[in-house]
Design a protein around this ligand. Structure first.
Ligand code: FE2
Length: 183
């Protein structure tokens, strides 16, 4: 699926600006980290863009989240292996079962996107003023962006060093910063 088609599909089911931004950011991180792992950046971005497609639809019901998303995506013609990764990304149901780089990266990207967005907001919307140092410093403050689970980010540590992950995550988000509403 083309990126524009994935975003159009996302807009069919997600209307809240903050959630759209979260999905765009997670997609950008997935795309950037895919390059590190010599994987398909377009496919990884699609997974990130669409991972929360059902979040409003299921009214944030974490027993349904992911499962319903995979069904919506199947109906939309998204390949089933992509839908399966999205079905399983709900860590409330599947924590401790992530082994492949793409599933681990989705866990880390899902949390790091919120952390980096929060860093940009602290900088007055200037993502360009956020550095890897900023992210590492803010990640250590437990009360900062408290909903962003640091343990899910740490899952990627055996595969790539955390500062390198943040560098890729930030680079990916910088690439679409105007779409994210940042400068
Ligand atoms: Fe998410």
């Amino acid at each position: 699926m083309e990126r524009s088609a994935a975003i159009a599909l996302l807009h069919q089911y997600v209307h809240e600006d903050g959630l759209i931004r979260h999905c765009l950011a997670t997609g950008a991180i997935m795309k950037s980290v895919a390059v590190f792992f010599s994987q398909d950046p377009a496919r990884w971005e699609e997974i990130g863009l669409l991972h929360d497609i059902d979040f409003e639809y299921v009214k944030e019901d974490m027993q349904q989240h992911g499962t319903v998303g995979a069904q919506l995506l199947k109906t939309a013609g998204v390949p089933e292996d992509t839908g399966e990764i999205i079905r399983r990304h709900n860590h409330f149901l599947h924590t401790g079962t992530y082994e492949s780089p793409v599933e681990i990266t989705l866990q880390a990207a899902d949390s790091a996107s919120g952390l980096i967005i929060a860093c940009a907001l602290v900088k007055g919307g200037h993502l360009s003023d956020v550095s890897v140092r900023t992210i590492i410093k803010k990640a250590k403050e437990k009360s900062f962006a408290a909903g962003c689970d640091r343990n899910r980010i740490a899952l990627i540590a055996p595969l790539m060093e955390i500062p390198v992950f943040y560098e890729h995550a930030l680079g990916g988000m910088m690439g679409i910063r105007t779409e994210l509403g940042f400068v």
